[in-house]
Design a protein around this ligand. Structure first.
Ligand code: ADP
Length: 475
């Protein structure tokens, strides 16, 4: 763990192993921290806050630029580590490392754009100044599905704002987190400004993050269930909170869309990260007249996607994170098929050699999905594309909105009016229009309803780490 500028063991001396999800092989071990370690990390972050928050924006920007340059120079090594630890194909890991770098660069730039304002007063002898200052120690909990970019997306804006931080990564991907902290260390981050606590049992660390008075902000990315609980505790202690949670993205192919283009987009998008993404499409609504063309192209594309070890050439889908993830996917698919869906491609686990030691599920295409199936409303987090055919275009926005989640949505149409009506009518934070890559460091990422609170990326993302202060001057 990295606490107060030093690499340290857990106070208990315990460690836990990290495994490769494709082979089951142990690839490393890390300290198994507990509440004592988390408190020590908060103490270090709190002690460093005074000096870090009063550095110039330029000094903070320089640190982020240096970290970005180091990340770029190591991108191959980092991508290989990610594929080994998380499983995604090497090409996808390389893309994620670049995406992670974009947050470092963007917030290096944004650090120098935190400004204040003069505001008018009703009194002639009064002036108001509004300024923004760092909230204090930020506690961060990150997931395993994007084990490097989810860290920089939180750390970069916090550091740019002048916050210090304590981060607990997911227990299945602590080595990627360690690699990110090594970059910051090498870039010269002062002791105590960034602190890393690894733990096999996350709950005691979460308790410290949500209750220690010195923590002023909690940022979490993960499941809705855990996020809801942590956000509840943190807000009851009046900490600022942002949580980026689950999703159940609709993907709508309108009657005025090109169904082949839409199917190509869906096939490319759905299987990214083996479907383990909160913005992965979970309900593909296809207008009746496009059903054949859409499914025909999907069958062809999905049949070609090869599952396997992310290091092997031509592999498009890696392993899932663990056995529980495979069991959930199998349960959703079996339930759908039992209730009448057709598995046009896949529909089963991959258990024979060379899959037998890892956690694999075949890339799957389901047609005839209906609203009484689990897959229709629960987040599957796996390589399954569930297609729902609809008859009446007037219903489809309502169908798409029929979820407690509200993160991403996708629409395919060749009509500007249809696109605008969809954009305005869909209750989701991120909308792709004929586009399957609706994210960037320069735009806000986040959802509505059960998908969370707050935004990451862009200038919205840095606001999450800033307090507003007003000063009134009598002349
Ligand atoms: P997923 O289902 O994607 O693994 P989780 O919400 O379980 O989602 O995990 C996301 C992050 O939340 C991980 O870093 C995990 O360790 C952490 N986490 C899970 N449970 C708790 C908890 N009770 N307290 C604090 N962190 C937790």
């Amino acid at each position: 763990m990295f606490i107060d500028g030093k690499w340290v063991d857990a106070r208990s001396g315990r460690t836990f192993d990290v495994t490769d999800p494709a082979t089951g092989e142990v690839i490393g071990s890390v300290p198994d921290g507990d509440a004592d370690d988390a408190h020590a990390a908060v103490t270090a972050a709190d002690a460093a806050f005074g000096s870090w928050s009063t550095t110039t924006a330029h000094e903070r920007a320089d640190l982020l630029y240096r970290t970005w340059e180091l990340l770029r120079s190591r991108s191959e090594e980092l991508a290989r580590l990610m594929t080994r630890e998380q499983g995604k194909p090497l090409k996808a890991s390389t893309a994620e490392v670049a995406y992670a770098g974009e947050f470092l660069r963007f917030y290096a730039e944004e650090a120098t754009r935190v400004t204040g304002e003069w505001r008018p007063s009703a009194r002639a002898d009064q002036r108001f100044l509004v300024l923004r200052q760092p909230v204090g120690v930020a506690a961060m909990i990150t997931p395993w599905n994007y084990p490097i970019s989810m860290l920089t997306r939180k750390m970069a804006p916090a550091l740019a704002a002048g916050c210090t931080l304590v981060l607990k990564p997911a227990e299945s991907t602590p080595l990627c987190a360690k690699a990110v902290f090594e970059l910051f260390e090498e870039a010269g981050v002062p002791a105590g400004v960034v602190n890393l606590v690894t733990a096999e049992q996350p709950a005691p660390i979460g308790d410290v993050f949500t209750s220690d008075r010195r923590v002023r902000k909690l940022t979490f990315t993960g499941s809705t269930e855990v996020g809801r609980r942590l956000a509840g505790r943190a807000t009851s202690n009046l900490k600022r909170v942002s949580v980026e949670l689950g999703g159940h993205a609709p993907f709508i192919v309108f009657p005025d869309a090109d169904p082949v283009r839409a199917a190509k987009g869906a096939a490319a998008l759905k299987f990214l990260n083996a479907g383990q993404a909160c913005i992965s499409p979970n309900r593909l609504y296809v207008s009746k007249e496009h059903e054949d063309a859409f499914l025909g192209t999907m069958v062809e594309r999905v049949s070609r996607i090869r599952a396997g070890n992310g290091f092997d050439d031509g592999v498009g889908v890696g392993p899932l994170v663990n056995e529980a993830a495979v069991a959930k996917v199998a349960d959703h698919v079996d339930d759908a098929v039992r209730k009448g869906a057709d598995a046009l491609v896949g529909g089963h686990r991959l258990v024979d050699e060379p899959y037998d030691r890892g956690h694999f599920y075949a890339p799957t295409l389901l047609s005839g999905v209906r609203d009484d199936m689990k897959i229709h409303h629960e987040e599957t987090f796996g390589p399954v594309a569930p297609v729902i055919t609809y008859d009446d275009v007037h219903d489809v926005i309502g169908l798409a909105n029929d979820t407690d989640y509200g993160l991403a949505a996708y629409v395919y149409t060749n009509d500007l009016g249809t696109a605008f009506r969809a954009l305005e009518g869909l209750r989701f934070g991120i909308i792709g229009v004929n586009d399957v890559n609706p994210t960037s460091a320069s735009v806000p990422f986040g959802g509505m309803q059960d998908s969370g609170i707050g935004r990451e990326g862009s200038h919205d993302g840095i606001s999450e780490y800033l307090e507003t202060k007003v000063a009134a001057f009598a002349l």
